[in-house]
Design a protein around this ligand. Structure first.
Ligand code: MN
Length: 744
């Protein structure tokens, strides 16, 4: 195990002014906290964070990141707390360690290849800081290096996750070395046979080509010497995984692969890159279409290099990459190589050779990285990183089965349900977030596991439309609400038609409407029923359409409530209205049919049954008026507004209350109250209302005179008895000169 002083020395080598105290403190703290814990290999647990730190020193990361690496498993696996780490190491380090703790929780979630992209985004969104990701990648790398100690049953899952999530992430962060090693290690466990075959053949090939490669290397070096260019020439062999993937995706045999070997030429300056290129192109012929200058036109991610392919000394194709030392470092270490982590330099040099402000450079670089990470797979990706603002408008949540759902920020469990499936949304009645039942308007957070509680009886309430944030949920709710309302109207329409046919002494059947759709100008039976329910089509017109010889007798009005032949209509509040099913006493058989209620749900104004503005409460005698386009309006029978309908008997519908014993529903009633103008009189009125367990829905001033004020109170009460008691108590109050029901 690496000693404390060895770790410090490693950092000192690239950062002479290292904060030794910080490293020492983190080393000792983590070692003590992990104590006697052991890894699967039997090694002391502390060897793991230490190795992770060592991997990061290879990337020349700053001491804060190294310290975080040492501490990365303490909050999750030991008695350490965020508060303690904040106190000992400062809140910046505390925050980073906590970020890693959050990421660790994701390890428990099942990860499928098809959701890998979202998982990478989730990692980014949760990480908030690129250093968290760097430590996470180093952590994964060490775990992969020691994967053979882990029980065999777990190896494949971890290897697949590495291949699907972490290797591509390393690649997109520009860390080619990390990516290649992760891929190689994962490949070994995912497809051991292919791994062995490809590795063996690569070794054979490399053995066979040794001479040729040596010759090419020599020829290139000699060439550069001739032109006085200081250059390092290295042959490169493709890695087993990329060879295998190329064989698979392009359906090539091993022998058909042409670019297994390549050379990298590393020089001191940008100028030397072009001089080296010139000397090569003047000596050997280049392969057309293979030349790319990423120095004059860097890739979006800042990758810089010249690529060319030539026909070499022994007539074979040779791929070449020409770049400076600095470019090479960025290509190798990506985000980790960037100046943002080197606090010893106030300035950074970009590839074009001019100095730019470190901050601007770093910021621009961050932006590009993030955009690129968001863009998805770009096969030529190198480089990049952090403050992951791009994802701040998104949250990523899981189903109980581990499926990842990406949602806009502010999304609720309802949005989640609709994102899973429209049916799930339509039948959603509740939600558990991380195992706890939560309100449906809860705002979801990254990493939340959401379980939707469903009921087949559910129709999504129209009010959900204003809670949800996704378009999909909104339009599905609108559709479902519309359908539900339509169903209620057509149910009501069927009742009204039954009654109208009865009155005409005819038998009603839905099928009889089929042949007269044309005459009624309606497209289907449902449409006829809903039109009648909405009051757009008169029931008599339907009777006449079906029985053209029927001679209508004018009905008398207003219809009187009758005791026989009532059909029930349930409104939103669960209250049942009844409308008469027929004008004569029903036969026994018909009596049986009466029980079939037309269920009406929801409180929206679109629903078939609602109250007149002055309200109606149980105990009132009531009557319904068909309102074209909006169903039935309920009026107290004494309401003067009813006069307006005197000459339209076909619009009158008999209704009556049908409430369950002990119903907890409230009903609207409007009062006119005249109060004496004195301080506190309004409070007195409110007090009486409250003391009587009634609600004030709205209150409006009608008239203000010097001595009194007349106001309208829209109340919600249990029933007529309740209302009358309230009125009499208001009258008794010294602040009130008069209180009476409007239209009462
Ligand atoms: Mn770890």
């Amino acid at each position: 195990m690496m000693r404390q002083y060895e770790l410090v020395e490693r950092v000192q080598r690239y950062k002479p002014d290292v904060n030794e105290a910080l490293l020492n403190k983190a080393y000792v703290y983590a070692m003590q906290k992990h104590g006697h814990q052991r890894r699967a290999s039997g090694d002391p647990y502390f060897s793991h964070p230490l190795e992770v730190a060592a991997i990061l020193t290879d990337m020349h990361l700053d001491e804060a990141t190294i310290a975080v690496a040492l501490l990365h498993d303490t909050i999750e696996d030991t008695s350490a707390t965020r508060a303690e780490i904040d106190e000992l190491f400062g809140p910046d380090i505390g925050k980073l360690v906590e970020g890693l703790t959050k990421l660790k929780k994701l390890d428990l979630v099942s990860k499928k290849a098809e959701q890998a992209e979202n998982l990478r985004k989730l990692l980014l969104a949760i990480s908030e800081d690129v250093r968290v990701l760097l430590v996470k990648l180093a952590d994964r790398l060490h775990n992969m290096r020691t994967l053979h100690h882990v029980p065999e049953s777990k190896r494949l899952r971890i290897a697949e996750e590495t291949m699907d999530i972490y290797a591509p992430l390393a690649g997109r962060m520009g860390m080619q070395g990390m990516r290649e090693e992760l891929e190689e290690l994962a490949f070994r466990y995912i497809n051991p046979e292919a791994y062995r075959t490809v590795t063996e053949r690569l070794a054979e090939m490399s053995e066979r080509s040794k001479g040729v490669l040596g010759d090419i290397e020599k020829a290139l070096s000699a060439q550069f010497e001739k032109y006085a260019i200081k250059a390092e020439v290295k042959s490169r062999q493709k890695k087993p995984w990329s060879v295998f993937r190329k064989m698979e995706t392009k359906a090539l045999s091993f022998e058909q692969l042409s670019d297994i070997f390549g050379f990298r030429v590393v020089v001191d300056s940008v100028e030397d890159c072009y001089r080296a290129l010139g000397s090569i192109h003047t000596t050997w012929s280049m392969v057309p279409g293979r030349f790319k200058d990423y120095i004059s036109t860097p890739k979006q991610n800042d990758y810089r290099s010249i690529h060319t392919t030539i026909v070499g000394p022994s007539r074979q194709r040779i791929e070449l990459q020409i770049r400076t030392r600095e470019m090479n470092k960025i290509a190798e270490y990506g985000v980790a190589a960037h100046s943002i982590y080197k606090d010893n330099a106030g300035k950074a040099t970009n590839g074009a050779g001019h100095t730019i402000s470190k901050e601007t450079n770093a910021y621009g670089w961050l932006r590009r990285t993030i955009e690129q990470l968001a863009d998805g797979d770009n096969p030529e990706d190198f480089l990049e990183n952090t403050k992951l603002e791009l994802f701040q408008d998104q949250v990523f949540c899981f189903t109980p089965k581990g499926m990842l759902i990406a949602l806009p920020r502010g999304a609720t469990p309802i949005d989640f349900a609709y994102a899973v499936h429209t049916d799930v949304g339509d039948t959603c009645v509740g939600a558990k977030v991380n195992g706890r039942v939560m309100p449906l308007m809860t705002e979801l957070k990254n990493g939340d596991e959401v379980e939707i509680i469903r009921s087949k009886a559910q129709v999504p309430p129209a009010a959900w439309e204003s809670i949800v944030v996704t378009g999909k949920a909104r339009s599905a709710i609108r559709r479902a609400t519309k359908n539900a309302i339509r169903k209620q109207y057509s149910g009501l329409g069927a009742r009204i038609l039954e009654r109208a046919f009865e009155r005409a002494g005819k038998k009603f059947s839905k099928d009889s409407l089929k042949s007269v759709l044309h005459r009624l100008a309606r497209k289907d039976i449902e449409d006829v029923l809903a039109s009648v329910g909405r009051g757009e089509l008169s029931s008599n017109d339907v009777v006449r359409a079906v029985f053209p010889d029927y001679k209508e007798e004018r009905a008398t009005h207003p219809a009187k409530p009758r005791e026989e032949g009532w059909s029930k209509i349930r409104n939103a509040a669960g209250m049942l209205f009844q409308i008469p099913g027929r004008s004569t006493a029903p036969s026994r058989k018909e009596q049986k049919a009466q029980g079939s209620a037309v269920p009406i749900r929801g409180v929206s104004g679109d629903l078939p049954v609602r109250f007149a503005p002055e309200g109606a409460v149980p105990g009132d005698r009531i009557v319904g008026i068909m309102q074209p386009g909006s169903g039935i309006t309920i009026y107290p029978i004494q309401s003067p507004s009813l006069m307006a309908f005197d000459d339209q008997p076909e619009r009158w519908i008999d209704v009556r209350w049908d409430l369950d014993e002990g119903s907890k529903e409230r009903f609207p009633a409007r009062l006119s109250v005249t109060a004496i103008n004195a301080p506190g009189s309004l409070a007195d009125i409110a007090q009486v209302v409250a003391a009587n367990d009634a609600n004030i829905h709205t209150l409006s001033m009608i008239r203000t005179a010097p001595d009194f004020t007349e106001m309208l109170l829209d109340l919600e009460v249990w029933d007529l008895k309740h209302l009358n008691r309230l009125i009499s108590q208001l009258k008794d109050n010294s602040s009130v000169s008069d209180a009476r029901r409007v239209n009462g």
